[in-house]
Design a protein around this ligand. Structure first.
Ligand code: ADP
Ligand code: MG
Length: 617
């Protein structure tokens, strides 16, 4: 098994893929699921659940559940306007001693950085893949330096050596093997849960270059869900603005279920039990509801082509990415817009991870038949007099990119110069993003304009910037990897890495305990139900054995010894085995008789008799 994986760290779903026998395959859990909801829940006792278990808790305990962390990566409070309303947690900015701003999310009285939260998701994805040590992680093409850096830090906190940060559209094109064309123009249309991205890639002799990207960070499948939520609210006279998190979550789940069903069938049931509401929605009705949203995405496609100076006719291939492109209406409209059938052969929610696995394989196997080139998404420069940004590396330069210029001192006997580094396309610092500051000291006193300082920018394959400066007369020099003016320092990341290793065992045990307690509760409930239905068919000894095993199981579930609890669950399963057999027989008989009476009970009881999948990890 390869020790390297490709990871799609998504806003709504995350997953890993790896290559097996030269082909990329997604990593699935025992039940066959590949997607891990990018959702985390924190319990009062300090345990943390990630994925579906956390998402299930969003319903009952929204205050301790967090999602959409990707939106916060590498951002400051000032960057986050609409996001603040979307994320039902307090966002706070702490100022470090050196003036850096570090964003934190407050959940259940504790504060977490987005990097730590994303690391929890990455850890879960990593564990499912058998704890590989190396990974390629994908990010949207528009992610700037700080967002990429934050993603890389999250990987490190999760115990991963991040080999490369790759653009999602590039990964998708790789997954389709489009690099095997000699050249061409590829549009990647990515409609996920909460975001829409559209990118134009240029392929030249097997290398990709992102020509332009556009999108809408507030357009996705969640908005499709919202149209159905509003429909239900309208028809029941429910006020959605009255903050009722539990009801909202119910509505959201019902809406998503109906939406997903409509991708397969012409009608679907939209039912919301707490509102006493149920009705049938037709696909046509749904398409009318989402039409304006889909048209908005196509407007962005127009813009992305305009930026790349291309017409629709010049596009050779269209790739669909993101779970929301499973909606037939989306496929139809995209095909009409581009006048060609898009690639849909791979699962749209898996294609980015598959491409990341291909890239990971290329990096570790040393295959040189493929060369991947990405570009710098935003220009990088230095502040000069009057708050003007002097751009040293231009947007869309192919990485690795290098740029440089020569500066001099402004006043006599100046022994240090400070460089403020900015990212962005505008001319003035106030309109660009401040990335960090850099000081070259040790310049010997000289008259103004006499010193000569060469400043060099180097952007590596990950889009991460290193700045070096050298004063030519004295030879004084300095070099830094630019740390974003916010986010974590390498030391802070190191501290988090060791903290998470120290606590890994505790975290694991605590989590295992919760899972086993849930299982114990489920098993006893199922057994009690079966007992009241079929208990009379058991012998006194069998009933007594079940009662003994049950009280032992209850006691173990109230204790904190994981091994003892696991044993009690196994014992209980053995004791209830005769009961399970009876229920199974009933099902078989009922099935033979042409009815499926009792089937539900049997389904519930099966896990009780079969705990063999529980011991594996
Ligand atoms: P991310 O935003 O993390 O990139 P995905 O690409 O996995 O997420 O997309 C998630 C979205 O896709 C969700 O809104 C989900 O409801 C939607 N989705 C998944 N499967 C279907 C389907 N069969 N029909 C319609 N929408 C779907
Ligand atoms: Mg995605």
């Amino acid at each position: 098994m390869s020790t390297v994986v490709g990871i799609d760290l998504g806003t709504t779903y995350s997953l890993a893929a790896r290559t097996e026998d030269g082909r990329p395959v997604v990593v699935r859990d025992a039940a066959g699921a590949a997607l891990v909801p990018s959702c985390i829940s924190f319990h009062d006792d300090g345990t943390v659940l990630v994925g579906s278990a956390a998402r299930a808790r969003a319903l009952s305990d929204p205050e301790h559940t967090v999602f959409s962390v990707k939106r916060l990566m590498g951002r400051t409070l000032a960057d986050l306007k609409k996001e603040v309303e979307l994320i039902p947690h307090q966002l706070v900015e702490r100022e470090a001693a050196d003036g850096r701003k570090v964003l934190h999310v407050r959940i259940g009285g504790r504060e977490y950085t987005p990097e730590e939260l994303s690391a929890l998701i990455l850890k879960e994805v990593r564990a499912r893949a058998g704890n590989p040590t190396k990974a390629v992680i994908t990010v949207p093409a528009y992610f700037d330096d700080s967002q990429r850096q934050a993603t890389r830090d999250a990987g490190r906190i999760a115990g991963l050596d991040v080999l490369r940060i790759v653009n999602e559209p590039t990964a998708a094109a790789l997954a389709y093997g489009l690099n095997k064309r000699s050249d061409g123009t590829i549009v990647v249309y990515d409609l996920g849960g909460g975001t829409f991205d559209c990118s134009v890639l240029k392929l030249t002799e097997g290398t990709f270059k992102v020509l332009s990207t556009n999108g809408d960070t507030f357009l996705g499948g969640d908005d499709f869900d919202r149209t159905l939520m509003h429909l239900a609210a309208r028809e029941t006279g429910t006020d959605l603005s009255a903050r009722n998190p539990a009801l909202l979550q119910h509505l959201r789940d019902a809406a998503e279920r109906a939406k997903v069903a409509l991708s397969e069938s012409d009608t679907a049931e939209l039912s919301v039990a707490p509102l006493n509401y149920a009705r049938t929605v037709t696909r046509t009705e749904f398409e009318e509801l989402i039409r304006p949203l889909v048209e908005r995405s196509l407007d962005r496609c127009k813009a992305v082509l305009r930026d790349a100076h291309l017409t629709v006719a010049q596009v050779d291939e269209v790739v669909l990415v993101g779970g929301s492109t499973r909606v037939p209406f989306v496929r139809r409209r995209v095909a009409e817009f581009f006048g060609k059938t898009p690639h849909t052969g791979l699962n749209p929610d898996e294609v980015v991870a598959l491409g990341a696995a291909v890239q990971a394989d290329i990096l570790t196997s040393g295959r040189r038949d493929l060369l991947l080139l990405d570009v710098v998404p935003l220009s990088l420069g230095v502040e000069t007099l009057g708050g003007v940004v002097d751009k040293l590396v231009h947007r869309n330069s192919t990485v690795p990119a290098r740029g440089g210029t020569r500066y001099t001192t402004a006043v006599d006997n100046q022994t240090a110069i400070v460089l403020n580094i900015y990212q962005g396309e505008r001319e003035l610092t106030k309109d660009c993003r401040f990335l960090g500051t850099f000081k070259l000291s040790g310049i010997p006193p000289m008259p103004a304009q006499f010193a000569q300082v060469d400043v060099t920018f180097l952007v590596n394959h990950d889009g991460i910037l290193t700045v070096s400066a050298k004063e030519l007369r004295s030879g004084a020099q300095a070099q830094v990897t630019v740390q974003p003016a916010h986010g974590l320092t390498p030391d802070e990341v190191d501290a988090l890495v060791s903290a998470s290793i120290e606590h890994a065992k505790d975290d694991f045990n605590a989590r295992r305990l919760i899972e086993l307690r849930n299982k114990a509760a489920g098993d006893t409930r199922a057994a009690e139900k079966a007992l009241s239905a079929s208990g009379h068919l058991l012998s006194d000894a069998e009933r007594a054995a079940i009662a003994t095993a049950e009280s032992a199981l209850r006691a173990a579930a109230n204790d904190t010894d994981v091994t003892a609890l696991q044993r009690a669950i196994t014992d209980f399963a053995a004791a209830t085995n005769p009961l399970a057999t009876i229920v199974m027989n009933n099902v078989v008989q009922a099935a033979l008789a042409g009815t499926d009476a009792g089937k539900l009970d049997a389904n519930k009881l099966v896990p009780t008799a079969n705990t063999s999948d529980e011991g594996t990890q």
